[in-house]
Write a protein that binds this ligand. Structure first.
Ligand code: ADP
Ligand code: MG
Length: 692
């Protein structure tokens, strides 16, 4: 339980300092200035008092209970100080000092040493090399942290490994005049982990929104579980760094190459139902909207404005994000016509005109709040000098207090001059932003969360006629022989065992045998070179398609024999599948998580368009369906310009079959089915590769 670190009654600072610019001084100052409700105990063997507080020579001299002890001392003294903490009954230690595992093996040793002591006494450690925590709850007002932004009480909690980013987010809320609830930045996270903190925040009643920032995950499975649980209870807004640096080096038809290095984090967020962001400003603004607004029940937005252009900008952004702007019903239009100026426009957006009054705004907001055609309301509000803007703000505030539907405001003003107007909105917790785009994107985030929450999870399809043991035997054989790439025959036998629809095939040792195999399959056929060194067959002249007779097969095989320099060269003969859209399915092992599954347009499209999407295994039927919808080329699957669509149900099933295969056989490091020919009534795998 993390209660003690977030709700301490007594805090000691080991390494308290009289020097103003020292962390051991700043933490004490922050506790005092923020109004910490518990006891503050500076520990310093040489000083009698620090910042006006009595200092103690040793932690063991402190008269009161100490729940949290900060350590602001050189790393080498930490294990010893931890002993004192154990004897004193300290529950949590926040180690602000650095010099541990982040510096190398020496520091790692010290980290291990103090962890052993902590374990002996049941002490939980926060950090080291971290900022610490803040809890704005008036009952505690615990500022166990050395930063300098003093937040007001609020409903947004922040958790991040990186103190720098946590502070940026924190400052963003403070600058917007929005309070926060709990702040946690745990640096090296040697003990108390991010998933644990997220779990805590999920259960914290005062936290309405969780904002988190990560840079790759150490415990992906625990993280997935924590975020899944939290996101089911409250919005989790998440961001991770290092996207572009990892950029996709798309090696053709390699799932591994197409998957960005840290793609798994995004997939975890997606699976867990968190809302992801690529821009910290956008995440901060969305959090402000989530903190005070009810969640929308759909994506239909009503816009009200007293100036034209900004509403147009917002409209573009909303529509681009998949939201809709339904027209006002005839009845509502008629009602507004009676109230608004005759020149006002009662379409959506409703333009009350610059001279529009508080009464006008109110009539529009009421109409949209009451009309079932709208799920949310976006108010644009420029503050002209010739209208009573305070009254307009009061009406917006009043409607916002009713919490009927989410309301977001784009407030275009000079905040220094219109202090009263701004103050009214702030006081009422209206989320207002200075740009139409910011307001629109915050609104889009509210709706995006609604969509995530209402998407069906689906079920994992069970396949009955699977011969898992047979497939496992084939794998183990290859492993025993020390081979990482499976031969074509092994790959296709595994696919057969798992019921994948493949084009009929035979293997052959020489050109004559290939010709004979082709006759058995029936023409036309495809001939492929099969050798350990041949990864991309067509690049090496190892694929001959649409061969019409035995002579053509023999000739093609002889050509491959003379062109391809491989002692183990064999032939793979396969029925030719003339038509169909080429798609790719792939899987890549993700240690600690299972596999990433990939689906997209195959063949040459893979290299050029990289139109692929990923999910984590196991993939449910609903998720497989969404994978088909999520590629840019989705209309190709449905059929365009008179072309027939492909058998999407069969494709979705193939995705799930692959999910099952790699879940059963976790030794598979990477696997591609490229291409799969998708036809109107079936799908056929015509090339496959498995690497262990
Ligand atoms: P590789 O990917 O190793 O170069 P493939 O087996 O994928 O080799 O063959 C290359 C291309 O040849 C495929 O992308 C596909 O367009 C075509 N092809 C391969 N096998 C068949 C087949 N059985 N029927 C029709 N076309 C095929
Ligand atoms: Mg291929």
């Amino acid at each position: 339980m993390l209660d003690a670190v977030f709700k301490p009654r007594g805090v000691a600072v080991i390494g308290a300092s009289s020097k103003e610019l020292h962390i051991g001084n700043r933490v004490i100052r922050n506790l005092v200035d923020f109004g910490f409700t518990g006891g503050i105990y500076p520990i310093n063997p040489k000083a009698d008092e620090i910042r006006g507080l009595k200092a103690y020579k040793s932690l063991l001299d402190v008269p009161g209970d100490v729940d949290v002890a900060h350590m602001v001392i050189p790393a080498k003294f930490v294990p010893m100080a931890m002993e004192d903490c154990g004897k004193k009954g300290v529950q949590h230690v926040i180690i602000n000092s650095g010099g541990f595992s982040e510096t190398g093996p020496e520091g790692e040793k010290i980290e291990k040493a103090f962890l052993e002591v902590a374990a002996k006494y049941g002490i939980r450690v926060f950090g080291p090399n971290c900022q610490g925590v803040i809890n704005t709850d008036p009952a505690y007002r615990a500022y166990c942290n050395f930063t300098f932004t003093f937040p007001g009480p609020g409903a947004i909690s922040i958790v991040a490994l990186s103190g720098g980013v946590a502070e940026v987010i924190h400052q963003g809320f403070a600058a917007a005049g929005v309070g926060t609830r709990i702040y946690a930045s745990n640096g090296n996270a040697c003990d108390v982990s991010i998933p644990e903190i997220i779990d805590y925040l999920a259960g914290d009643e005062g936290t309405r929104v969780i904002v988190t920032y990560v840079e790759g995950l150490r415990e992906p499975a625990a993280f997935l579980e924590a975020v899944t649980n939290a996101a089911a209870r409250k919005p989790v807004l998440a961001m991770k760094a290092g996207r572009t640096a990892e950029g996709a080096k798309a090696a053709a038809s390699h799932t591994g190459g197409l998957a960005k290095e840290d793609l798994a984090t995004d997939l975890i967020f997606d699976r867990a139902g968190a809302l992801t962001f690529t821009d910290e400003g956008e995440m901060i603004q969305a959090a402000i909207a989530f903190a005070s607004q009810p969640l929308p029940k759909g994506s239909r937005v009503g816009l009200i404005t007293n100036t034209g252009g900004p509403a147009v900008i917002a409209t573009d952004i909303l529509v681009g994000a998949g939201l809709t702007l339904p027209p006002l019903s005839d009845a509502t239009q008629a009602r507004l016509k009676e109230t608004l100026f005759p020149e006002a426009s009662v379409k959506n957006p409703v333009d009350v005109l610059a001279t529009g009054t508080a009464e006008h705004y109110r009539a529009c907001m009421d109409a949209m709040m009451e009309d079932d055609a709208f799920d949310a309301v976006l108010v644009h509000f420029v503050t002209p000098f010739f209208v009573d803007t305070d009254s307009i703000a009061r009406e917006i505030a009043e409607v916002n207090r009713q919490r009927k539907k989410p309301l977001v405001c784009n407030l275009m003003t000079d905040r220094k001059q219109w202090t009263e107007t701004v103050g009214i909105l702030k006081e009422a917790e209206v989320p207002f932003f200075a740009l139409p785009g910011e307001a629109a994107r915050a609104m889009a985030s509210l709706v995006r969360y609604h969509k995530i929450q209402s998407r069906p999870a689906g079920e994992i399809q069970t396949f009955t006629e699977i011969r898992a043991e047979k497939a496992r035997g084939i794998l183990e054989n290859a492993q025993a022989a020390g081979r990482n790439q499976l031969a074509a025959e092994e790959v296709y036998r595994i696919l057969d065992a798992y019921g994948f629809p493949t084009a009929s095939w035979r293997t052959a040792d020489d050109p004559d045998a290939a010709a004979k195999a082709a006759e058995e399959i029936g023409f036309p056929v495809v001939l492929k070179a099969d050798a350990a060194s041949v990864l991309h067959k067509s690049d090496m002249g190892g694929v001959a398609v649409n061969l019409a007779d035995a002579d053509a097969v023999r000739e093609a095989a002889e050509r491959m024999q003379s062109n391809i320099d491989a002692d183990d060269l064999r032939f793979f003969v396969q029925a030719f599948v003339p038509d169909g859209l080429e798609v790719i399915l792939g899987a890549k092992s993700e240690p600690g998580l299972g596999h990433l599954l990939m689906f997209g347009l195959g063949g040459i499209f893979v290299e050029v368009l990289k139109d692929v999407v990923f999910r984590l295994t196991p993939v449910t039927d609903a998720e497989a369906g969404r994978m088909l919808e999520d590629i840019t080329g989705a209309p190709l699957l449905e059929g365009v310009r008179g072309q027939k669509g492909v058998d999407r149900a069969a494709l979705a099933s193939l995705i799930q079959r692959l999910s099952r295969l790699v879940s059963d056989l976790p030794e598979i490091a990477e696997m591609d089915l490229n291409p799969v020919k998708a036809l109107s009534d079936r799908v056929v795998v015509v090339d496959a590769r498995i690497a262990l």
